[in-house]
Design a protein around this ligand. Structure first.
Ligand SMILES: Cc1ncc(COP(=O)(O)O)c(C=O)c1O
Ligand SMILES: N[C@@H](CCCC[NH3+])C(=O)O
Length: 439
């Protein structure tokens, strides 16, 4: 297995990330523990911006904070010059606490509440990505009440089947997201938005899915949208300032995955949009993108302590760790595959094949099937790679298990950025029955 970013194996045979020995990190912070390689996040952030700058194309690279959001993470994202995509009042609140510049925040979601839209307007965020007619009317009305104008993009569904898991495919016609591009919904939305003196229509957004390894779908989406723009331009005297092609760029979880470098996704998109706008004599729009997983996914590693073992003779060896579907729901939810090594004996050759079980009371709580490892012992340290995206952010307290802490490592220094939950945290919102509280 190929190590990512600054990960390496040190002279003691321990996995080291960001110049920090993972065995020491586990001693200091306990396990399970999420460790983020800050240098790798910075590298990815720069890689996504590089081609836009090289080719002189106006752009925004907005980090999709659903992948992993915390105050420190958003501060790092801002330090690297990115914009931000939020998808709920909670993600927006985190951005505000992190002092993220409001004008660089974009608000997504297929069912934003009135309260969430008011919050976005109160903070005068950069752009609201309007998903449906209900939201379009509600936003117009709220702006009218406040006598405030807001920038919007219309999220369109281009009718593209991305080659990925059904649950994370979003560009197909039969989707809960966006205005359909083919059946006239998008055109009606354009007309309504342009009629409103409170909605400043910047352009269009589409997001075709997640963990995508090729550029075809993105290019096809761009062509489809620009084709419609061309049809509508004389009717509405409107051409978009912004074309947002979403996120979804794939990463390597295991050696089976073959993602493209960030620069290639961006370069091909830019060239396609340039070609198509030239062909149709349309003005070149700004291009915005929204990478989530590809900015943080392989920068995250989860450290677990190995506990119990169970052998089913001639069938399987189960090795259990002190976390599982609470801190990484992806194997149970999507059948996602991960790679791992023994962090405290990373220089040893595999001696057995084991299956890594989580500690939840669910048969499906299996993190990795059939993993070659050196002979495992209780208290060995397992490092599961590529857990930076959609692991902490989708973590739960199922079985009343506290969520693990998160540390950033960089240049030999570790820094706690999210504390471990305590048992007290778990009961913090509980109201004892004995108080006879009535609502
Ligand atoms: C609208 C939107 N933008 C961006 C993303 C980020 O996707 P990814 O993490 O695959 O880059 C998502 C999630 O799939 C999304 O729904
Ligand atoms: N949570 C998904 C990605 C969802 C993206 C949201 N649109 C995953 O872990 O792969």
């Amino acid at each position: 297995m190929q190590l990512s970013g600054t990960a390496t194996i040190n002279r003691k045979g321990h996995l080291e990330i960001g110049g920090c020995d993972t065995v020491k990190l586990a001693e200091k912070y306990g396990t399970p523990l999420y460790v983020y390689d800050v240098a790798l996040i910075r590298k990815r952030a720069r890689a996504f911006q590089y081609m836009f700058e090289k080719l002189g194309v106006k752009h925004q690279v907005a980090y999709a904070s659903k992948a992993f959001s915390s105050v420190a993470m958003l501060q790092l994202v801002h330090e690297e010059g990115l914009s931000l995509d939020v998808v709920s009042g909670g993600e927006l609140y985190t951005a505000i606490v992190a002092n993220f510049p409001a004008e660089k925040i974009h608000f997504h979601g297929n069912n934003k509440s009135e309260e969430e839209l008011k919050m976005a307007l109160d903070h005068q965020i950069g752009c609201i990505v309007v998903d449906n007619f209900h939201e379009l009317h509600m936003l117009h009305h709220l702006c009218q009440l406040k006598n405030q104008k807001v920038n919007i993009l219309l999220r369109v569904t281009p009718g593209i089947e991305a080659h990925t898991h059904d649950y994370i495919s979003t560009g197909q016609e039969d989707s809960k997201f966006g205005f359909d591009l083919q059946n006239g919904q998008s055109e009606t939305a354009v007309a309504l938005a342009l009629e409103s003196k409170f909605l400043n229509l910047l352009g269009f957004h589409c997001h075709i899915g997640s963990q995508i390894f090729e550029t075809t779908g993105f290019l096809l989406a761009a062509r489809k949208i620009l084709g419609k723009v061309n049809e509508w331009k004389d009717i509405y005297q409107f051409t978009p300032e912004v074309l947002n092609l979403g996120g979804g760029f794939g990463i390597r979880y295991t050696d089976e995955d073959k993602p493209l470098p960030p620069e290639q996704y961006v370069e091909e998109m830019i060239l396609e949009v340039k070609r198509e706008t030239k062909r149709l004599a349309l003005p070149m729009p700004e291009i915005w993108i929204e990478p989530g997983r590809s900015l943080v996914g392989d920068a995250g590693t989860t450290l677990y302590s190995i506990g119990s073992r169970k052998e089913v003779p001639d069938i399987r060896k189960y090795v259990a760790v002190d976390g599982g579907m609470n801190d990484n729901i992806r194997p149970a939810l999507y059948g996602a595959k991960y790679d791992a090594i023994m962090a405290n004996r990373a220089d040893e050759k595999p001696k057995e094949v084991v299956s890594i079980a989580g500690k939840c009371c669910e048969t499906g709580d299996m993190l990795i099937w059939d993993l070659p490892l050196p002979e495992t012992e209780t208290n060995d340290l397992l490092a599961v790679f590529c857990t930076g995206a959609y692991c902490y952010s989708m973590a739960s307290n199922y079985n009343r298990i506290p969520r693990p802490p998160v540390v950033f490592v960089e240049n030999g220094t570790s820094r706690l950025i999210i504390k471990r939950e305590t048992y007290d945290d778990l009961v913090r919102l509980d109201i004892p029955y004995s108080e006879k509280t009535t609502i």
